[in-house]
Design a protein around this ligand. Structure first.
Ligand code: NAD
Length: 500
């Protein structure tokens, strides 16, 4: 087993966030390292700077890959049980720091604290899930079809992996990827989003302290993601990229991965239809639509992007939905009464203002909200817009905002056709009391995940992921760990005439 030469960050390499000490430096080969250049991280609820992070360049990224490559052989040689024990230790340490993770997430992403706690618990659950999978990987053994040999199938870690994560779920994205990669025996370079590097830093620090050997976990923050990742992607020592983010950046990374025929997993954008049929439990559908739409201020790849209502229930649904939208409390995530936080940045808010204008110009009726909120921070009112027809030109428009777009259909086939009219294929939602009907419709929906009478689906036991422009591969479930494993086939010649 590799010996560990880890350092803890010294006082000049940390910042205090809501009473918790968080590293601001890069983690390379077990050492926390600062850079001359820094970039600022703002609290989106106030717009004020809360930390100055070390700003990694392609040089530090290359050093991180040096470290990940150097540590790869000894890490993959750790016995599964030893790796699982380390995961359990890391899980305990993560749970001890649950409050710190929640507070840091609220501070840098603005989400309501209850949501941050939920995200932490789900993230820790993923870590536990993978820890349990480590010692349960199975190979196969069979007779060769032509006799005289045996076919043995086994798995080996794919190798040093780059994990690129977005800002909207900073803990969940880091834990879901790192959990799978490390469990599979890969060394990693984590590249967090520039908006939310602090959660990833606390996560890396916690794993470091739990005892992961130097070089197994490396962390790069940067204000120049494109340069930093292009350098890594061109280096053939990197064997895997696992990305969560926008479809455009996913395309760029896939093109870069093709140069070295690199293994790639992509969790990309979504345009989730939320279909409510005439026989749905309306109270349940409205409650779930509120969660599915407004959680994280609508900044979720699996958010309800187009709420599609059967005409028999549309008016009743709209009335209840608008009433519940008006009851949402917008504000600072540390206020326990708050249910909707700010958008991540002024740039995002500006985009949402333009989007709502465009919807109204195309004839959508504004039923609630519709304005940016004056004052500190990047707040926008929870908004409901109702379209009179099916605006196919807005399919493919990922709202990523606390803005609900409601549509009405007269038939189930119209609902299915409109739902599928998008290049995305991440999540869809369906509300009906008739489960046979639900299964028949779900099978026709071109999405990687379908929530039936549920608006929230993430679970460590479930294979999370999309089809079409929403990505490649799955995270979690039984498949998640295999995204970081290669199959290996051993052909074993034997003398079948051997006399026993
Ligand atoms: P983004 O694509 O702009 O950024 C994601 C990450 O990629 C960040 O770390 C960013 O710094 C980095 N990045 C940006 N440009 C890059 C480049 N040229 N090369 C390499 N890395 C680069 O996305 P975002 O705005 O942070 O996140 C929102 C998007 O993420 C939405 O489209 C959302 O649907 C998607 N998302 C998908 C899932 C999923 O599981 N499918 C989950 C969360 C978010």
């Amino acid at each position: 087993m590799a010996s560990s030469t880890l350092t803890t960050p010294t006082s000049d390499l940390v910042v205090e966030i809501h009473g918790h000490i968080v590293p601001t430096a890069l983690l390379i080969g077990g050492e926390w390292r600062s850079t001359e250049r820094t970039f600022a991280v703002a609290n989106p609820a106030t717009g004020q700077t809360i930390a100055d992070m070390s700003d990694g360049s392609p040089v530090e990224a290359r050093e991180a890959l040096d470290a990940a490559t150097a540590a790869a052989e000894s890490w993959r040689a750790w016995p599964p049980r030893a790796r699982a024990d380390l995961f359990h230790r890391a899980h305990r340490l993560l749970v001890e720091r649950a409050d710190a993770f929640a507070d840091v997430m609220v501070s840098e992403s603005g989400k309501p604290r209850a949501e941050a706690v939920g995200e932490f618990e789900l993230s820790a659950g993923f870590f536990l899930w993978y820890s349990e999978q480590i010692a349960h990987l199975h190979g196969t053994y069979q007779e060769g079809s032509r006799g005289g040999y045996r076919v043995i199938e086994t798995h080996q870690p794919v190798g040093p992996s780059l994990l690129i994560t977005p800002w909207n779920f900073p803990m969940l994205m880091s834990a879901r990827k790192a959990g799978a990669a490390l469990a599979a025996g890969c060394t990693v370079i984590m590249k967090s989003a520039r908006e939310t590097p602090l959660t990833a830093a606390l996560f890396a620090d916690t794993l470091n302290e739990a005892g992961f050997p130097a070089g197994v976990i490396n962390l790069i923050h940067t204000s120049t993601s494109a340069d930093v990742s292009a350098g890594l992607m061109a280096d053939d020592r990197l064997r895997k990229v696992s990305f969560t983010g926008s479809t455009g950046v996913g395309r760029t990374l896939l093109a870069q991965a093709s140069a070295n025929i690199m293994n790639a997993s992509m969790e990309l954008g979504g345009d989730g239809p939320f279909i409510v049929l005439d026989d749905a439990d309306l109270e349940l559908a409205v409650d779930q639509a509120i969660i599915c739409k407004f959680r994280n201020a609508g900044q979720a790849c699996v958010a309800a992007n187009r709420i599609i209502l059967h005409s028999a229930i549309a008016d009743r649904f709209v009335e209840a939905f608008v009433e519940k939208t008006r009851q949402l409390a917008v504000g600072h995530g540390f206020d326990p009464a708050v249910t909707v936080g700010p958008l991540i940045s002024e740039r995002q808010r500006h985009r949402v203002v333009g989007l709502v204008d465009a919807f109204q110009a195309s004839g959508a009726e504004l039923l609630a909200g519709g304005h940016a909120i004056d004052g500190q921070g990047f707040f926008y009112e929870p908004t409901v817009l109702r379209f009179s027809g099916l605006k196919h030109e807005f399919a493919n428009e990922e709202l990523f905002a606390p803005v609900a777009a409601l549509y009405t259909v007269d038939t189930v086939s119209e609902a299915i056709e409109f739902a599928n009219d998008t290049h995305y294929g991440l999540s869809a939602y369906l509300f009906t009391k008739d489960l046979s009907r639900a299964v028949a419709i779900a099978e026709k929906l071109d999405f990687g995940m379908v929530g039936i009478n549920r608006g929230i689906m993430a679970d460590p036991a479930a294979p999370f992921g999309g089809i079409k422009a929403s990505g490649l591969g799955r995270e979690g479930g039984h498949d998640g760990i295999y995204e970081f494993l290669e199959r290996k086939y051993l052909a074993l010649t034997i003398d079948e005439t051997v006399v026993l």
